[in-house]
Design a protein around this ligand. Structure first.
Ligand SMILES: C[S@@+](CC[C@H](N)C(=O)[O-])C[C@H]1O[C@@H](n2cnc3c(N)ncnc32)[C@H](O)[C@@H]1O
Length: 219
């Protein structure tokens, strides 16, 4: 598989374009990522997260794709909801995990009430938002997260953002440095981070754990 090539052209609606691609390639994409070999690490990161929250916790899997993390948490006895804006991904998730709570919707403006979740798990999903929408996303997470809630964000390390022609179609990606994420998440404090020990589709992946910073929060 070739390395992704990035250009800086910004399509009219990067999110729509990305979702159209996921709608088209969902099945093939999910098969490819399951065969990739980083699943063990992903589940370790979920376990690390579950250790930070109580057994009664309610978790949102933001941009859940085919629901593999939703399904994993559900099997672990966690009360979890998966949300995705790709109708094909959500249909696939419902087929694979019929007992899970799976919702179609946009992560930037969700249907959930204030203070609903103890944890928001966003694995490789917020990376599809243009950087100038990260603020809106952070406000939405702050709204739906409980005061002591945890927010987990995994991202591709790098610089810039743009339209990327991948082996799985055109998608929009934002790349971040750790310090950049810490600076941009102004109403959160970073608790810890971990880096995947290898490359995934030509990129380094970092997982960050945050909680709301009440001294620096609008609420
Ligand atoms: C790289 S996949 C990751 C899927 C899953 N979280 C995982 O780690 O396997 C990105 C997912 O984010 C979803 N997504 C992208 N933008 C979204 C948005 N604005 N609202 C909800 N889901 C979105 C896509 O449809 C896709 O399923």
């Amino acid at each position: 598989m070739g390395r992704d090539t990035k250009d800086n052209e910004r399509p009219e609606d990067p999110v729509k374009l990305t979702i159209d691609t996921y709608d088209e390639v969902a099945e093939e994409y999910c098969k490819m990522t399951m065969e990739r070999g980083d699943r063990v690490f992903q589940e370790e990161m979920i376990e690390e997260t579950l250790r930070m929250i109580s057994g009664e916790a309610v978790v949102l899997d933001l941009g859940c794709g085919d629901g593999r993390d939703t399904g994993y948490m559900h099997a672990r006895g966690v009360r979890v909801v998966g949300l995705d804006l790709s109708k094909t991904m959500i249909a696939l998730a419902k087929r694979k995990y019929p007992r899970c709570d799976l919702v179609y919707g946009d992560m930037r403006k969700t249907c959930f009430p204030d203070d609903k979740f103890d944890c928001v798990w966003a694995s490789a999903s917020i990376i599809h938002l243009p950087k100038d929408e990260l603020d809106v996303m952070a406000s939405e997470i702050l709204r739906i997260l409980k005061d002591q809630g945890k927010f987990v964000f995994s991202f591709k390390e790098g610089e810039g953002e743009g339209y990327v022609d991948t082996s799985m179609g055109k998608r929009y990606f934002s790349y971040y440095r750790l310090e950049e994420i810490e600076n941009m998440m102004t109403h959160f404090k970073m608790l810890s981070y971990k880096e995947y020990p290898g490359m995934i589709m030509g990129s380094r992946f970092i997982y960050c754990w945050f909680e709301p910073d009440h001294q620096n929060s609008p609420r």
